[in-house]
Design a binder for this molecule. Structure first.
Ligand SMILES: Nc1nc2c(c(=O)[nH]1)N[C@@H](CN(C=O)c1ccc(C(=O)N[C@@H](CCC(=O)O)C(=O)O)cc1)CN2
Length: 307
């Protein structure tokens, strides 16, 4: 929270995510005590991408901190697609593994769509399988992509009932934009998905009570695109050169979102920062999905999370 009334309230995703991990840990402990089921997550990484290595390490550490089983499979960059598919087949058949995640991006020689399609939809804790996309679209229980799920938890925590609010989602990716729009529709928002061909994007954004930016373009959404008092959720994680010219010349970078934060914070009512907003929710929701998948596999109703 900020004290200055001229600036938006900061939505602290980092704190919310930490509390969610604690909540998942407590629920998982009860599942293990009552039913003898310890939720298990397998993360598969192919290659040496430095950012992916960090994310995968964080996933493993957080899963263990939550008292859940964590297996990490590190495969070399040159792994043939057939070997990766064979590993997924083994994990699908492993009753102690309730969640499977293949870290993206995959090396160029691997067909990502074929790999994601090979994961058992009931273990697809990323929620990227077409079966889970379909379940979300028709309102059936499934596994929901972690980043949009985290955004929705933050929105409900901040705003309560979202019914009737105008939501604009900028970005139409299968892993963020489209599922985010489906989730907001499920909360009875009036939802518009905008994209690179949208006409007069600034004017459309100014109609939004909830503005979700998920375009992957640094600081594209400007302050004068925002309706005064709106809630702004910034999904972007973009590396740009450091502000300090000397550090920039040395190759140092900083992380910014898809929203020009300093401008937007003067107009919005609430806003997520980058870093420390949506990003940490992605890993917390991965644990929540793993717990949910473990409950369903055991025929147990999952405890509600994120409330
Ligand atoms: N299979 C998947 N691959 C990828 C996903 C995913 O959800 N599933 N998402 C991203 C990477 N990612 C998790 O995998 C991820 C990215 C960023 C963060 C995060 O907390 N970011 C920090 C800032 C980090 C920084 O300073 O560089 C933040 O926003 O505060 C968490 C997870 C692509 N691949």
């Amino acid at each position: 929270m900020t004290a200055d009334p001229a600036r938006a309230t900061l939505i602290d995703g980092k704190a919310f995510a930490a509390a969610l991990v604690d909540q998942v840990a407590a629920a998982a402990a009860r599942l293990e005590a009552d039913r003898g089921v310890k939720p298990g997550l397998a993360v598969v990484i192919v290659g040496e991408d430095p950012a992916s290595q960090i994310y995968v390490r964080n996933k493993g550490e957080t899963t263990q901190r939550a008292g859940m089983r964590s297996d990490t499979h590190r495969l070399p960059e040159t792994t043939p697609q057939g070997d990766l598919l064979a590993l997924i087949g083994e994990l699908n058949a492993d009753a102690g593994i309730h969640g499977i995640l293949v870290q993206l991006p995959l090396p160029a020689h691997i067909d990502s769509a074929a790999v994601l399609a090979a994961i058992d939809p009931d273990k697809d804790v990323d929620g990227f399988h077409v079966v889970n996309a379909g379940r979300l679209a028709v309102g059936l229980p499934g596994l929901v992509p972690c980043t949009p799920l985290g955004c929705l938890m933050l929105l409900k925590h901040e705003l309560g009932d979202l019914t009737g609010l105008n939501a604009v989602v900028v970005g139409r990716s299968n892993i963020v934009g489209k599922p985010m729009a489906q989730l907001l529709l499920g909360q009875s928002c009036t939802v518009t998905i905008a994209h690179s061909r949208t006409r007069d994007l600034p004017a459309l954004c100014r109609t939004a009570d909830i503005l979700v930016a998920a375009v992957g373009r640094p600081e594209m959404v400007r302050g004068d695109w925002i309706k005064p008092g709106a809630t702004v959720i910034d999904v972007g994680i973009n590396r740009v050169p450091s502000r300090d010219p000397e550090r920039a010349a040395a190759g140092k970078t900083r992380v910014v979102g898809d929203v020009a934060f300093d401008e937007a914070a003067l107009v919005a009512g609430r806003i997520t920062p980058v870093p420390g907003g949506v990003g940490p929710m992605t890993i917390a929701c991965l644990l929540a999905n793993t717990y949910t998948a473990a409950c369903r596999a055991a025929g147990v109703e999952p405890e509600p999370l994120g409330a």
